[in-house]
Design a protein around this ligand. Structure first.
Ligand code: ADP
Length: 391
């Protein structure tokens, strides 16, 4: 089955074409466009290129297109990307302005350009469908809850991949099998000891998710992708009282407050240096105290959420690092794991220091729980979910 994974930004379109076969997936072509103004034109150009390059002999060979949609109003899961998906993305366009409009537009375009293909949307919120009401609800008036304000969670594709892969790596094929079919079958019964994972997706945006038997029990991100850990240039968690106070005291409008919290906060806001952790690290190493504070605040927040899920899970079998920072930043991993020996997490510091961007077990032989690096590959995750849904 040929599955095209479409990655749509506000001015970009990237794609990967996968040949899917069982659990395996092979990339047979990839490409992308920047500064896109006319999505219909670039999608048609991509299909024409695949044909002229001999990858496909007709666009009809592409059986499915997968979209990693972010936040739907009243809709989540792995679903057919039809008008209801477009409506749900439109309904929350104001909450995810960088993500929802391009996907709504892209789905419309693909329906025209590939009328025979199955279009599938995998919402980033899908993995959190089974979290408890106690964890999903904010303590706000009913009228606020009725307009959809609650904790949704994001990075669902990445954390679900961690749920599957960590179970495989820890010899829990029973749990891995449940995790793989989660969106088709729902949470399954697992015999024997529960398998407890805390997954740290640390990248341009970051979140920490607790996972029991392949199913998320909670996550650090909430209503919008502005929440949870300090992000690259987005604020992360903030006391709601700070916004009216800052607006009144600094004399700024709501739009300006929103801009500063979404563009000038996070690692960039705290460090004053950069939204990229490599630059922040370099500045901290050369004595910049604000840059040091930014790194410390990120580590503090990661540990805060790991602690929350350790309690809720009643222990831990695997702590997992994934995405750009999680896979590469050896010092962030070391700082996160410091002093966790009492919880069964012993880091092999030499192994940690030499591991970048590859799957690895960083724990010592006598560590009760595993500390793993699992590289993210969100396009493959998407292609797999599309394949599972359709097969
Ligand atoms: P996104 O969340 O945007 O998909 P990534 O998961 O690729 O992004 O993470 C990007 C971030 O990862 C960068 O902003 C940078 O802070 C960090 N990063 C990437 N490569 C490295 C590296 N070699 N060492 C340390 N940090 C890195």
């Amino acid at each position: 089955m040929l599955v095209l994974v479409a990655n749509l930004g506000s001015t970009s379109f990237k794609y990967r074409l996968f040949r899917m076969d069982g659990q395996g997936g092979e990339v047979v072509a990839k490409g992308g466009y920047e500064r896109v103004e006319d999505y219909a034109a670039v999608i048609d150009d991509a299909l024409a290129t695949l044909q002229s390059d001999g990858v496909i002999s007709s666009p009809d060979e592409i059986e499915a297109v997968g979209f990693k949609t972010v936040l739907g109003k009243d809709l989540s899961g792995c679903v057919n990307a039809d008008q209801s998906v477009i409506d749900s993305l439109d309904g929350f366009a104001a909450v995810a302005p960088a993500h929802n409009p391009p996907y709504a537009n892209g789905i419309r375009q693909f329906a025209k350009s590939l009328p025979k293909a199955r279009l599938v949307a995998l919402f980033e919120t899908a993995f959190y469908q089974w979290t408890s009401p106690a964890s999903a609800n904010y303590a706000i008036p009913r009228s606020w809850r009725e307009i959809g304000i609650r904790r949704y969670g994001f990075h669902g594709a990445s954390h679900k991949f961690v749920a599957e892969r960590s179970a495989e790596l820890c010899g829990r094929e029973d749990v891995a099998a449940v995790a793989r079919r989660l969106y088709q079958n729902g949470p399954g019964e697992v015999e024997g000891a529960p398998f407890r994972v805390v997954s740290c997706h640390l990248g341009g945006s970051s979140s920490v998710t607790g996972i029991r038997n392949g199913v998320a029990i909670g996550t650090s991100m909430g209503f919008s992708p502005q929440s949870g850990l300090p992000q690259n240039n987005r604020v992360g968690d903030l006391d709601s009282g700070a916004i009216p106070y800052a607006m009144r005291t600094l004399g700024i409008s709501l739009d300006e407050a929103e801009r500063q919290l979404t563009k000038e906060s996070g690692l960039l806001g705290l460090s004053g240096v950069s939204n990229d952790i490599r630059d922040v690290r370099e500045a901290a190493d050369s004595g910049n105290a604000d840059a040091r504070l930014a790194l410390d605040a990120l580590v503090h927040s990661i540990r805060h959420w790991i602690g929350a899920f350790l309690i809720e899970l009643g222990g831990i079998d695997a702590l997992v690092f994934t995405a750009g920072i999680g896979e590469n930043s050896t010092d962030i991993r070391a700082a996160v794991c410091e002093g966790l020996e009492g919880f069964g997490l012993k880091l092999d510091t030499a192994k940690n220091a030499s591991t970048r961007a590859v799957e690895a077990d960083l724990s010592t032989a006598d560590s009760a729980a595993r500390i793993l690096v699992i590289p993210a590959n969100e396009e493959l995750v998407l292609a797999r979910e599309v394949y599972r849904k359709l097969s």
